[in-house]
Ligand binder design. Structure first.
Ligand SMILES: [Zn+2]
Ligand SMILES: [Zn+2]
Length: 143
């Protein structure tokens, strides 16, 4: 394994795994209590859904993997208000998603809120770009 970007681990099969994620106030979103997906600790977010109320979501930490635990019953394409589960802080909206419906929000890989080092998540429920997409400048900076 080689660690190319802090917070991102590339495993032996070439998958990029998010190992650290923080809100802008430095709260750790990847903690041991979170459920596992493929044996990997998930990323905990809390969403406000217009139909389901406050929902805890646990995202697969594998880049490009759309799996998520939680959120059952949220209608497809509903736009969620995604927040830190600890302090309730919103994540920065950084760009429209390719789905042309949702927006990407940035989740930081370091606790100091640096946009250059972030993953982005589309806030449209069910969007195939929803989860764990590396922000493009990170991809460009990866050797
Ligand atoms: Zn927080
Ligand atoms: Zn989207």
């Amino acid at each position: 394994m080689s660690n190319q970007v802090q917070g991102i681990l590339k495993d032996d099969s070439g998958r990029r795994i998010v190992t650290a994620a923080y809100c802008c106030n430095g709260h750790d979103l990847i903690v041991d209590e979170n459920p596992l997906i493929d044996g990997l600790t998930t990323i905990h977010l809390r969403a406000q859904s217009a139909t389901k109320g406050v929902v805890d979501l646990y995202l697969s930490p594998i880049q490009g993997d759309g799996r998520v635990k939680g959120g059952e019953g949220i209608p497809m394409d509903e736009l969620l208000d995604i927040r830190c589960p600890v302090c309730g802080a919103s994540f920065e909206v950084v760009a429209p998603c390719y789905c042309r419906h949702g927006m990407f929000v940035a989740i930081y890989l370091k606790p100091n809120c640096q946009y250059r080092e972030a993953i982005v998540v589309c806030n449209s429920w069910g969007c195939k770009h929803s989860f764990v997409k590396l922000e493009s400048r990170i991809i460009l900076s990866t050797p």
